[in-house]
Design a binder for this molecule. Sequence first.
Ligand SMILES: *[C@@H]1O[C@H](CO)[C@@H](O)[C@H](O)[C@H]1NC(C)=O
Ligand SMILES: *[C@@H]1O[C@H](CO)[C@@H](O)[C@H](O)[C@H]1NC(C)=O
Ligand SMILES: *[C@@H]1O[C@H](CO)[C@@H](O)[C@H](O)[C@H]1NC(C)=O
Ligand SMILES: *[C@@H]1O[C@H](CO)[C@@H](O)[C@H](O)[C@H]1NC(C)=O
Ligand SMILES: *[C@@H]1O[C@H](CO)[C@@H](O)[C@H](O)[C@H]1NC(C)=O
Ligand SMILES: *[C@@H]1O[C@H](CO)[C@@H](O)[C@H](O)[C@H]1NC(C)=O
Ligand SMILES: *[C@@H]1O[C@H](CO)[C@@H](O)[C@H](O)[C@H]1NC(C)=O
Ligand SMILES: *[C@@H]1O[C@H](CO)[C@@H](O)[C@H](O)[C@H]1NC(C)=O
Ligand SMILES: *[C@@H]1O[C@H](CO)[C@@H](O)[C@H](O)[C@H]1NC(C)=O
Ligand SMILES: *[C@@H]1O[C@H](CO)[C@@H](O)[C@H](O)[C@H]1NC(C)=O
Ligand SMILES: *[C@@H]1O[C@H](CO)[C@@H](O)[C@H](O)[C@H]1NC(C)=O
Ligand SMILES: CC(=O)N[C@H]1CO[C@H](CO)[C@@H](O)[C@@H]1O
Length: 825
Amino acid sequence: MAFLFTILSGLLLLAVPIDAQVYMGEERSSYAFTWVQPLNTTILGQYGHSEPVYPSPRTTGSGEWAEAYEKARNFVTELTLAEKSDMVTGAPGPCVGNIYAIPRLNFSGLCLQDGPVSLRVADYVSVFPSGVTVAASWDKAVMYERNLAMGREFRAKGAHVALAPSVGPMGRCVYSGRNWEGFSPDPYLSGVAMELGIKGLQDAGVQAVAKHLIANEQEIQRNPLYYSNGTVQFEAISSNVDDRTLHELYLWPFANAVHAGVSSVMCSYQRLNGSYACQNSKLLNGLLKDELGFQGYVVSDWYALHAGVDAAEAGMDMDMPGTSRYNRTVVPELGRMSSFFGGNITTGVRNGSLEETRLDDMVTRIMTPYFYLHQDEAYPMVDASSIFLNTFYNQSSWLRDWNITQDTSVRDVRENHAQIIRRHAAESTVLLKNNNALPLNAPRYIGIFGNDAGEGQNGPLNRFGSPDSLEYGTYAVGGGSGAARLTDLVTPQEAIKARASQDGTVVESWLNNPLIAESDVASLWSYQGPDVCLVFLKSWAREVIDRETLQLDWNGTQVVKSVASACNNTIVITHSAGVNVLPFADHPNVTAILLAHYPGQESGNSITDVLYGAVNPSGRLPYTIAYDEADYNAPIVTDIQTTGVDDWQSWFDERLEIDYRYFDAHNIPVRYEFGYGLSYTTFAMFDIMLESTQQLGSISRFPVEEPVAPGGNPELWQTLYNVRVDVTNTGRVRGSAVPQLYLSFPDSTPLGTPPRQLRGFEKVELAPGERRTVAFALIRRDISYWDVVSQEWAIPSGEFVVSAGFSSRDLVVSTNMTPIASTSV
Ligand SMILES: *[C@@H]1O[C@H](CO)[C@@H](O)[C@H](O)[C@H]1NC(C)=O
Ligand SMILES: *[C@@H]1O[C@H](CO)[C@@H](O)[C@H](O)[C@H]1NC(C)=O
Ligand SMILES: *[C@@H]1O[C@H](CO)[C@@H](O)[C@H](O)[C@H]1NC(C)=O
Ligand SMILES: *[C@@H]1O[C@H](CO)[C@@H](O)[C@H](O)[C@H]1NC(C)=O
Ligand SMILES: *[C@@H]1O[C@H](CO)[C@@H](O)[C@H](O)[C@H]1NC(C)=O
Ligand SMILES: *[C@@H]1O[C@H](CO)[C@@H](O)[C@H](O)[C@H]1NC(C)=O
Ligand SMILES: *[C@@H]1O[C@H](CO)[C@@H](O)[C@H](O)[C@H]1NC(C)=O
Ligand SMILES: *[C@@H]1O[C@H](CO)[C@@H](O)[C@H](O)[C@H]1NC(C)=O
Ligand SMILES: *[C@@H]1O[C@H](CO)[C@@H](O)[C@H](O)[C@H]1NC(C)=O
Ligand SMILES: *[C@@H]1O[C@H](CO)[C@@H](O)[C@H](O)[C@H]1NC(C)=O
Ligand SMILES: *[C@@H]1O[C@H](CO)[C@@H](O)[C@H](O)[C@H]1NC(C)=O
Ligand SMILES: CC(=O)N[C@H]1CO[C@H](CO)[C@@H](O)[C@@H]1O
């Protein structure tokens, strides 16, 4: 959702969108590079519109939701027209998003809260590892357990709806400011993380929201820009994506989300093929509700709605926050603030422009997950800390509308989650290089270097959701609406000191600046220098802005060079939003490199466990680290040179070729490939075996037509093959391997198919010498491409190569598979 920079209602009266205030400030103009995508009116003509798909499919409560659906239908029959309109329109209240209570029906309203790593607006909650960190775990148990624990906290604090998990952006552009909130540019890995994350939240009784649908792959110009008189100067950027790419990349993990029974889907800010995502009927009615069979409700990103009745017809179900972006004054005749929905919905039904059955469908979609998750039964009240820390609404604007007991006690909901967070972040740490430097063995003297090792300077957070000083302090989480309030934070410095004292190790620390300034770094330390130099570096990212560089912040590369010039055992550890280029990786004195991403509140304990070998790192890269920034394709559009109101356009011309698919398709060497990561032990793989679950020759090119269920045609989810490989631990310590399965599609697949695509992974823990068989199931969707002609998933004829290995470029064993024999033409 939109992260607000200010809540002062006075400022909000300015007819300037909140995000635009940032673009017009120094942040926008400071971009080091400019990428202007030329306006091509020929292509614009092709993409300029999205096919109309009407009417909006009505929910049928299919699948496990049948009983809840009946309750929701009954609930709707009790409502007046005004109450129905309230049910689909956000209102000021105690939470970041609110739906009014209807005490007459024992409905206590809905509380929607950020975000993907923590309940952002609350005290005494835990801060979990970020999405990118969890993706780096490649561990299905971690993906589920993290969100189950987080869901318990949302529930205990009285939030019905968690605005999580995120998979848009997915990571098309390495610079995108929100990539870290989601998982990976690989749709398969992201799809698994979505599915398990949603199950975790919902098993805790909290509604999950899959966001942001769709192609929200950059922050710059994600919202329209207005003149001060309120006229649009530029519409938001349009992500122009072809049909096959949308299905095989960006929509793929949303299909997993719907398959997992997600309660809600949040539509994104920007336009898709020229039409705003929150009123694009092809996207919402066509793809999401019809093709994927989504039974829940679509909620807008905050202020992403730009139409009333038209958007409802296009498939939008809930307007958030439900007030005008510019004018949050109460409309006297309504007693409410104005909204694209709200009064317009009531008027629309009265004057016949909106069918009341559509409005009933919207409310039914909203209430079905509520009943399904038993949220009508004794749900906890909104916690006082959420109310008092809520900077989104002035309490005077809503208190009179809510029957809230002024209970000022704050509930501590953290349970034992610190232990889970510590273990998850440690297991997600990616070891990229290790010249026998790790694990540490009772070193005599440790030097800790870098601004990222210790505390920040001025408390945990400023109003941007970032540490008050970006220069000093370790990064446990990024900023914006995905940020978190760190009730607890264990820094690397304090955790390492505590552990080192057990061995009588000397520990000394230095910040970045003296290291850069000093030409003779050795003069900074005692005559016998540290026998291990730990350099902690970081990269910041947050919503609203995109990253400007892939170098480590605050002269990180220079810090490594300085330390390594005088220390022959330099270990680099990063806390980062995602991709960094690592120009020092081949330096002979850089003996180890660890990526911890944004690890959450136990940061120091997690990294110390890895450094000392209490945890054997088993993270793997969920993206590719190239040699050079310029090696990455799909740049962010940072500017335009024309003045047409529609001229911000982003052509997804690389189609399926993002991240490793691009590097592989063009044989570009990379520093560390997708799926790569080391361990303190070594592994080997043998004996790939493939078996079909179907009779020989019985697999059809297209799935048999079946009634759509959540996730689409159920046939797409049917296992057609099982693949097995044997993995063994060939080293001396216990550790976890991550065997990965990649498919190369036959030559008959249309052009543009990536050379290899991930289609399976498991994490398996092995004692030294232990050998285990690992199984991967291939479902129909895994071995199909999206056929734009038939508008169906199709299995290509001919031979697939099925390979397994330890990374996308370390394929150890392979076999062939021919689901459909080649037909001679
Ligand atoms: C909240 O609203 C009250 C009453 O309208 C007003 O006096 C007060 O200044 C507002 N506070 C803020 C922070 O806007
Ligand atoms: C615009 O796109 C069309 C279709 O891809 C292409 O043929 C044409 O050369 C492009 N024009 C310019 C000016 O780039
Ligand atoms: C977007 O436009 C492309 C090119 O015409 C088309 O293939 C695709 O189906 C469109 N997608 C949507 C959602 O409108
Ligand atoms: C509301 O709850 C009360 C107390 O549990 C119950 O007596 C009443 O029937 C409920 N009303 C509705 C409309 O469900
Ligand atoms: C708003 O301001 C812009 C730029 O000054 C101008 O072009 C436009 O005509 C104005 N619109 C209205 C409705 O006044
Ligand atoms: C905001 O809306 C109110 C109620 O409709 C109106 O009276 C007021 O003039 C508006 N303020 C601005 C700055 O547009
Ligand atoms: C209806 O929507 C318009 C924007 O199209 C908004 O200005 C207006 O305030 C809305 N009306 C109500 C009653 O919410
Ligand atoms: C009906 O009401 C809607 C919502 O206020 C409005 O957009 C539309 O123009 C109205 N139509 C007629 C025919 O009055
Ligand atoms: C407010 O809540 C209290 C306690 O839950 C209840 O007794 C009372 O009837 C409620 N009042 C209104 C106006 O809903
Ligand atoms: C590596 O460190 C040693 C000090 O231990 C130093 O003498 C040497 O110059 C360093 N090597 C490089 C390439 O900086
Ligand atoms: C690193 O330097 C120390 C002295 O500073 C030396 O004792 C040690 O052998 C060196 N290690 C390597 C691997 O060169
Ligand atoms: C010596 C050096 O490289 N200093 C740079 C450190 O980083 C800041 C901000 O990123 C630059 O402004 C300095 O030039």
